[in-house]
Design a protein around this ligand. Structure first.
Ligand SMILES: [Zn+2]
Length: 666
């Protein structure tokens, strides 16, 4: 049984990961030929993908540990809460863990919604139902709605709608006709029919409805802008009045929709991709009311299927995890419930988590590191031979305008309006969606909250936000293998140092470089410099586009351009910051520890952050959807462009890790 492991996977505390793992190194490999395999070979051999995962890397080791520590807090709060906030997240978690109740209820929790869809008598009434589902439940339907900073005036918060409404990972899954995609679409068709049958539809009806769902989503996919093109802010920004939107998509009752979500009256809004809404308009005309109702029903069910009774869970797992990602077994319930509680109440449970897991000293050390990296990036900008003084001045201004957030919010989010019951988890998910929706909607017309976080404290990640022009490092990533102050500076600069440099470089990648220091899309380059910059970007597009994670499957050089640029800039400026730090301490990159020079330890520490194994399915999905290159190419693609690597390992020009035509943007 696919989910039999739900009960057998009892929580066990994972070992804390450590940085710079000598045992991970495969010394049979020449570092100048395949550095990733050299730094990670033994780790990859010793760490096969666990049955409940579809990829397994150093990132996962740390996030699994953070998740376990979060689980401990949730379990305590569920069993014996000490504060009202603990009662709230404890109840949410306990409701999630109650599989007996979920099995007993079957599809009952969604029946009122399905009845509401059944009752639609006219296409004109669809907008009201879409408004309800989109604002009060976790259903994603037809398009996305959100509140965003105005790209041309980042002090303003405006309403925006954007392309959406698909279930498969990318538009290509609907539009490409190779055997791999055809097989996935067939399985998807089976999944849609299986879910609808579980609500009592006949086999024939469910199959016919699955046809409709696929037809509608395919029509939407055709109208959608390819993911790689969305990196251009202009492809996400089209301010329109409501009258213009009505003209673009007259078949959807927009005024009913905006009244339904209780939106404040506004003159205009951002219609991210007008072409998409045109396609949607056509789909609303072409499809019968019954077909559209099937689409609404399926999306309503799909949004909560992982939390309904076992047959729904199994169907959802079988398609999304097993078929799409190659995962062998269902993830343990306690892990899934911990993750969903973190998503819903992250700044509630995070308050206790950081007290236990994030010492104040870590924040201070991090501030020093960020300052060192900022200095290094400033010097890097100064040293660029291809950039004019005018553009350099602008770039430095943008760097000076950077803000940073480290660890967790100064002010925690107020969850008092979020109602939680211990006895109906689907209702809790609805309340969570509604709470989040209202929270966003409330921002319209208000000043931007510079202190707001886009990630929860235990998250193992970091981000740069172009309209905010800020870099953000949650507490969860400030630990080994990224950050360990018992280790020498080389290892830490190779880990968290490169992460900081990576986020800073995002401010100057293909996308970030279009925003100024105030977070507005505004050209600040001379034309000549922009052309020179583009030439350098093109070099990376070609280089990474040549990498194949699975034979015949190429990385999308344009989709991954920003992340690749950030990796390449990050390793260079963290290196400069390391040199400055070692000089201050009277040390050099040639000093040896455990048989490796500081220079070598820097690069090994860097590459080992990316040690990982992936299923072939994950590699295929990621090639279509993930703006990050796989670990192998994040390591090798980066070091081969940086001659200090070749010097550190005694490589010679012409070897794979020291090519003649290396790329350099920053
Ligand atoms: Zn990034």
């Amino acid at each position: 049984m696919l989910s039999a492991s739900d009960t057998s996977q009892a929580p066990v505390e994972p070992k804390a990961p450590h940085s710079f793992d000598l045992g991970a190194i495969d010394k049979t490999v020449d570092p100048c030929v395949d550095f990733y395999q050299y730094a990670c070979g033994n780790w990859r051999k010793d760490n096969p993908i666990p049955a409940d995962q579809s990829r397994w890397g150093r990132f996962n080791e740390l996030s699994e540990r953070n998740r376990y520590l979060l689980y401990v807090d949730l379990k305590k709060a569920a069993d014996a809460p000490k504060t009202p906030l603990q009662r709230k997240y404890g109840d949410f978690f306990a409701a999630c863990m109650d599989t007996g109740l979920a099995d007993k209820l079957g599809d009952k929790p969604v029946q009122p919604l399905l009845a509401r869809i059944d009752a639609i008598k006219d296409k004109k009434d669809i907008a009201a139902v879409v408004a309800y589902l989109g604002s009060r439940t976790p259903t994603s339907i037809f398009f996305g709605f959100g509140v965003e900073q105005d790209q041309k005036d980042s002090t303003k918060q405006i309403e925006g709608i954007r392309q959406g409404g698909l279930t498969l990972p990318d538009r290509d899954y609907y539009l490409q006709d190779d055997p791999h995609m055809l097989a996935i679409r067939a399985k998807y068709h089976d999944y849609i029919a299986a879910v609808l049958k579980l609500t009592g539809e006949s086999e024939d009806q469910a199959k016919a409805d699955a046809d409709h769902v696929l037809e509608i989503e395919t029509a939407l996919a055709k109208g959608a802008t390819p993911r790689r093109d969305l990196r251009d802010p202009e492809r996400r920004y089209h301010i329109m009045t409501l009258a213009e939107l009505d003209g673009l998509e007259p078949n959807f009752e927009w005024s009913v929709y905006f009244a339904g979500i209780d939106a404040p009256k506004v003159e205009d809004l951002n219609v991210g991709q007008p072409g998409f809404f045109k396609a949607e308009n056509q789909a609303l005309a072409d499809q019968s009311l019954d077909a559209l109702k099937a689409y609404l029903k399926f999306h309503t069910l799909n949004g909560v299927a992982p939390w309904l009774s076992q047959p729904f869970q199994d169907a959802s797992f079988d398609f999304f995890q097993k078929t799409l990602q190659g995962q062998a077994e269902q993830t343990a319930r306690w892990k899934r419930c911990t993750a969903v509680t973190d998503r819903a109440l992250g700044e509630a449970v995070g308050q206790d988590w950081v007290k236990e897991n994030f010492p104040p000293q870590a924040k201070q050390n991090m501030e020093q590191l960020v300052a060192a990296l900022k200095t290094a990036l400033g010097q890097d900008i100064q040293s660029l031979p291809w950039m004019s003084d005018d553009t350099k001045k602008q770039a430095e201004q943008k760097l000076a305008d950077f803000r940073q957030k480290i660890g967790y919010p100064d002010k925690w989010r107020d969850y008092s309006k979020f109602e939680v019951t211990r006895t109906n988890f689907v209702e809790d998910l609805d309340h969570s969606a509604a709470f989040q929706f209202d929270y966003e909607l409330n921002k319209v017309g208000k000043p931007v909250d510079e202190k707001e976080w886009g990630m929860t404290p235990p998250t193992v990640n970091a981000y740069y936000d172009p309209p905010m022009n800020d870099i953000n490092f949650p507490a969860g990533i400030l630990q080994p293998p990224f950050y360990d102050f018992s280790k020498d500076p080389a290892v830490n600069f190779g880990g968290i140092g490169v992460v900081i440099g990576h986020e800073m470089t995002h401010g100057f990648d293909d996308e970030g470089s279009k925003y100024d220091g105030q977070g507005n899309v505004k050209p600040w380059w001379t034309d000549t410099d922009r052309a020179a910059f583009q030439k350098r970007l093109d070099c990376e597009i070609d280089e990474y586009g040549g990498f194949q994670p699975v034979p015949g499957v190429h990385i999308d050089g344009k989709l991954t351009l920003g992340e690749n640029t950030a990796d390449n800039g990050g390793i260079r400026i963290a290196w400069q910051a390391l040199l400055a730090t070692l000089a201050q301490q009277g040390k050099s990159v040639d000093d040896k520890i455990d048989g490796y020079t500081e220079a070598q330890r820097y690069f090994i520490g860097f590459a080992q952050v990316w040690c990982e194994n992936r299923t072939e399915q994950v590699s295929r999905v990621a090639a279509k959807t993930d703006p990050h290159s796989p670990g192998m190419f994040r390591a090798n693609g980066t070091v081969r462009n940086f001659d200090e690597f070749g010097k550190a390992f005694g490589c010679h020009v012409g070897q794979p890790m020291m090519p003649e035509n290396a790329c350099r943007v920053w």
